[in-house]
Every structure is written in structure tokens, then in C-alpha cells.
Design a binder for this molecule. Structure first.
Ligand code: ADP
Ligand code: MG
Length: 339
């Protein structure tokens, strides 16, 4: 008799959750991205205990109807992708249909949602991947997702979490980047009952930077707005007053998606070379717009990394955009010296 068998759906989801959901901050990221994809103009995020005990995301997006709600929690279930061709020109943040299934596999999830067209809302409650309750529910348009007890059924993962304050910091970092990724959305972020920041959603990126980082940073920014080759770069560069001892204050967004990419970081830092002392890293918030066909976001389950068709060209374009902005900012009119 053979000994190889297919894993059951629940086990598969738990394993997959290991790739997508590393910590509570990953849950916040996935859920907020869903709210953004749902067209929300207001998103509020409340967490307690570093997100381990409680995460609630409220959005005013288009909602999910009752027929779709159970399916949304199934693996590879998505409304954002219907053919392989579409993979090459993604405009939504999600497309893998894995987040809700993964989150539900390792926590206790309640989703309440109502679409514009339905008379009543719908509620589902899932624990460790099993639907416990579902039914009609009165609520306003939009979606509320509440997560409790992250990793309650995977003690090995729970043990690997950091302290609540450290997990909180990871969430703050993600929230800052999500807010900067969409300055046209009003975000509110509350941790342990305290408002950490709120943004206006008026499309002003500098206003968002002020809300998340404060006045000192905003006073030291250089504008960047540049189109070169096939990319457009917009955003802000920090002057040397706000260079940092780490790369924690560097944010790159490609077509509205927060990403990490070594080529881009290297290009920016190369442009700063000679402006900063060794072991100092520039502050920057860069929005890069490029035809989605030139970039592959599907190289990592959490979609944190991207691949460009032509990395060298990207390096060159970013380098020159940043360099030009830095040069014009440092250009002071020469003063006649008649001594
Ligand atoms: P993906 O985002 O990759 O499609 P998810 O598992 O994150 O996969 O979500 C599955 C589906 O559930 C989405 O495609 C979407 O249709 C629906 N959904 C999830 N969150 C929301 C939300 N906040 N508002 C409306 N629809 C949502
Ligand atoms: Mg998603």
C-alpha cells in the first residue's frame, strides 16, 4: 500500500499561513490591502497587545455579499484575477487569494460586511479555519474584520513572536507605509486605546508624512518629481539633517504597493554618495510609477519584493532623478566676495 497522501485543506492552509502570515503586522498589511482594493476612502485600524490579542480593520469599501463571504476564506479564492494573462498587468494589491484563508487558519476571525445593493449585511465567524457561525447581520456598508488570538492553534509560531511592544512597532511601521502608499485614503491607527496617527485622505503626501513622522522630518524634505525613460518618480528626499543610522526610514512604492528592492535602495544611496557620512542612510519616500507589465510582483508570497524586467535601467533612472533633485536643492546662489 502506498504511503503518500494529499494533505487536507486545513493543514494546507496552516502551512501556507507560514509564508504569508509571519506576525500580526502581516495580518494588518493583508487586511488593509484588501480594504484598499475594495475602494475604501476611510480605513481604521485598531490593535491591542501588539496585535496578538486583537486587530480590527473597519473600511467603507464596496463590501462582500453573503454568497461570496464563505468562499473568500477559501484558498486561491479571489475576485481580482480571472485569467493567467491578467497576472502581467495587475493593478490590485491582492491577487493570490491566500490572505483570508491563511489568517483564518491561525486565528479567530469575524467578518461583517454589507454591499451597496444588499438589504442586510452578513456575518461569519471562523476559528482555526472552521466556520463556527454565520448569518444575516445589520451593519452599515463596508467591511469590518476582527482578529483575535493570533496563532492560538499553532503554539510553535506563537512562541516565536516578539514582545507586544516589538510586534506593535512592526505594525506601526506597516501602517506608516500603508498610509504613505495611499495619501488619498484617510487612515486612522489606534494602538492600545491611543490614537497613533490619523491622515486626512486629501492626496497630499507631505501631509501624510507630517502625520506619521512629525514636523522635524517635514522641515527637512526635498521635493522630487521626475520622469525618465519609462518611469515616473514622485516623492520626498530627506536632507542630511535627517539622515539615519538605519534604513528604517526608506519607503519605496511601486504603483501604490509598498515594496523592498535592493536596486532602488542602491540607486538612491549612490546618488547621495559624498553627501552623507559613512553609516548614515538617507530618509526617502518614493512613489515610482511604471507600466505594470515591466514589473513582476509575484516573486514572493507576501509580495514584499518585486523583479524588474530591466534592473539596470531602473537603477540609472532612479539614480539620475535623485541626483538631479539633490543638486538643485543644494544649489545656493553665489554671493560676490569682494574682500
Ligand atoms: P486576494 O486579496 O488576493 O483576492 P484575500 O484572501 O485577501 O485574497 O481576499 C479574498 C477575497 O475576499 C478578495 O478577492 C475580495 O473579493 C474579498 N475581500 C476581502 N477583504 C475585503 C474587503 N475588506 N472588502 C471587500 N472585499 C473583500
Ligand atoms: Mg488580499
Amino acid at each position: 500500500m502506498g504511503i503518500i497522501k494529499l494533505l487536507d485543506e486545513n493543514t494546507i492552509n496552516k502551512i501556507a499561513a507560514g509564508e504569508v502570515i509571519e506576525k500580526p503586522a502581516s495580518i494588518v498589511k493583508e487586511l488593509v490591502e484588501n480594504s484598499i482594493d475594495a475602494g475604501a476612502s476611510e480605513i481604521s485600524v485598531e490593535v491591542k497587545g501588539g496585535g496578538i490579542s486583537y486587530i480590527r480593520i473597519v473600511d467603507n469599501g464596496k463590501g462582500i455579499n453573503k454568497e461570496d463571504m464563505g468562499i473568500a476564506f477559501m484558498r486561491h479564492a479571489t475576485s481580482k484575477l480571472s485569467s493567467e494573462q491578467e497576472l502581467n498587468k495587475l493593478v490590485t494589491l491582492g491577487f493570490r487569494g491566500e490572505a483570508l484563508a491563511s489568517i483564518a487558519a491561525v486565528s479567530k476571525v469575524e467578518m461583517i460586511s454589507k454591499t451597496h445593493d444588499s438589504i442586510s449585511g452578513y456575518r461569519i465567524y471562523i476559528e482555526g479555519g472552521k466556520i463556527i457561525e454565520e448569518g444575516e447581520y445589520g451593519c452599515p456598508e463596508g467591511t469590518v474584520v476582527t482578529i483575535r488570538d493570533v496563532f492560538f492553534n499553532t503554539p510553535a509560531r506563537l512562541k516565536f513572536l516578539k514582545s507586544e511592544s516589538k510586534e506593535s512597532m512592526y505594525i506601526t511601521d506597516i501602517m506608516q507605509n500603508l498610509a504613505m502608499s495611499h495619501s488619498n485614503i484617510s487612515f486612522k491607527y489606534i494602538s492600545n486605546g491611543k490614537l497613533v496617527f490619523a491622515t486626512r485622505g486629501d492626496g497630499d503626501l507631505k501631509g501624510v508624512i507630517l502625520a506619521v513622522y512629525g514636523k522635524q522630518i517635514v522641515k527637512n524634505l526635498i521635493d522630487l518629481n521626475c520622469s525618465r525613460d519609462f518611469i515616473t518618480v514622485k516623492g520626498y528626499l530627506g536632507n542630511s539633517n535627517i539622515s539615519r543610522g538605519s534604513r528604517n526610514y526608506q519607503s519605496t512604492f511601486i504603483n501604490g504597493r509598498y515594496i523592498k528592492n535592493k536596486t532602488i535602495t542602491a540607486a538612491v544611496e549612490a546618488a547621495y554618495k559624498s553627501m552623507l557620512t559613512i553609516n548614515k542612510f538617507p530618509f526617502f519616500v518614493l512613489h515610482i510609477y511604471v507600466n505594470p507589465e515591466f514589473v513582476d510582483v509575484n516573486v514572493h508570497p507576501a509580495k514584499a519584493e518585486v523583479k524588474f524586467q530591466d534592473e539596470q535601467l531602473i537603477f540609472k533612472s532612479i539614480y539620475h532623478c535623485v541626483k538631479d533633485a539633490l543638486i538643485s536643492a543644494s544649489h545656493v546662489p553665489e554671493i560676490e566676495d569682494d574682500r
